[in-house]
Design a protein around this ligand. Sequence first.
Ligand code: FES
Length: 177
Amino acid sequence: MEIPVTDIKFSDEKLAKVKEIMGRYPEGRSKSALLPVLHIAQKQFGNWLSVPVMDYVASLFQIKPIEVYEVATFYSMYNMKPVGKCFIEFCQTGPCMCSGVEDIMEYTEQKLGIKMGETTRDERFTIKGVECLGACGYAPMAQIGEYYYENLTKEKIDKIIDLFGKDDFNPDHKYDI
Ligand code: FES
């Protein structure tokens, strides 16, 4: 859901954090703080970066909006469109591929009735294939919110869909699967 432009403003607490991060860089170089600030923006404004949100970030840095778009669209960890409450990012690089992630991804697509990159109609789940997440020893794995879910099996996917599809699912909580 798109947030009204008038509501796009960091909370006082977040704004203080943003200023602190920008202050870590020398005069005229605060643009280097764009990556962490975009993470904060994404988290506060619904887990994706709409154009008005990126424009707001540009205004804080006093830079052109295009300079923010360039950065945000380069990195896969920024979402350029709305995602479901449970956003499952499957690692699809070598070791995870060799450990059967393709099967797991296909199984998840069938269970949810969507393809990679899509969101369920009820906006509960988004699934996506991404590159190595640095947990190759625990392949096949996926990231959901800020947490990793490792050694995935079809049974674990069943559990994730059951548990994470509930109304009280909290993306900021690490669940035992
Ligand atoms: S290959 Fe999957 S985490 Fe590295």
